[in-house]
Design a protein around this ligand. Structure first.
Ligand SMILES: [Zn+2]
Length: 99
């Protein structure tokens, strides 16, 4: 189940690293939810994404793609939602991102 999230995160990291640092405020990231067929696009800035990523257990997902069984919603914005993994899933997420 964590497969898609890990893939989404790798893609998003590539977007982050390849993007020229030209001060644009908006960027495109893909949803990091657990749905394998998601592919949702999020509207948040590089700075916002970096801030979320500073917490190893936190992910950005499309509004409505939260999975309350394994994660808690910590912040809600018009274009995306920040979720934090709980319990075992959180530990896995933390390990995958290098804690
Ligand atoms: Zn999604």
């Amino acid at each position: 189940m964590a497969q898609n999230e890990a893939l989404a995160r790798r893609i998003n990291e590539r977007i982050e690293y390849q993007r020229p640092r030209n001060g644009e405020s908006a960027d495109t990231f893909i949803c990091e939810c657990v749905r394998v067929d998601c592919g949702g696009v999020l509207d948040l800035s590089i700075g916002e994404y970096a801030r979320v990523r500073s917490h190893p257990r936190r992910f950005v997902v499309f509004p409505g793609h939260e999975e309350p069984a394994v994660e808690s919603t910590v912040e809600v914005y018009p274009g995306y939602v920040v979720v934090e993994k709980r319990g075992e899933t959180g530990r896995i997420a933390e390990a995958e991102t290098g804690g």
